[in-house]
Design a binder for this molecule. Structure first.
Ligand code: AMP
Ligand code: ZN
Length: 115
């Protein structure tokens, strides 16, 4: 999608501190980190919200997002202490960028319930 911030980051049209990428996934630092470690993991394919994941191929991308988040948590040495992976869906869920993304947050004690 041409007018999507995360599509532009995936294509290298907008700078980001990319920490991992492969044929399907891109991961980078969140610009407004909410914890010492706050990474964003996206599929290269534009899918606006979780509600728009409509076929098995897209669900496989969601699985890949989780796999990438878990792999990065281990690489970043927060896996044993613990971390949080989450996706916000639509405005009521707190989504502000409409290209699906997984937040990987760690490096401090998480609290529950979230705000
Ligand atoms: P959400 O509120 O779940 O849609 O999450 C969007 C996330 O993208 C927020 O945590 C923002 O801080 C982050 N964000 C917005 N713009 C950028 C950017 N240019 N580079 C990196 N992260 C960004
Ligand atoms: Zn997009």
């Amino acid at each position: 999608m041409t007018d999507c911030l995360f599509c532009k980051i995936a294509k290298g049209e907008i700078p980001a501190n990319i920490i991992y990428q492969d044929d399907n996934m891109v991961a980078f630092d969140d610009i407004h980190p909410q914890a010492p470690i706050h990474k964003i993991i996206i599929p290269r394919k534009h899918i606006a919200t979780l509600n728009d994941v409509s076929n098995q191929e897209d669900w496989n991308l969601v699985t890949r997002m989780m796999q990438t988040g878990t792999m990065l948590a281990k690489q970043l040495n927060i896996a044993d202490d613990g971390y949080r992976v989450l996706m916000n869906c639509n405005a009521g869920g707190g989504q502000t960028v409409f290209h699906i993304h997984l937040h990987l947050v760690g490096g401090r004690q998480m609290t529950w319930p979230p705000g």
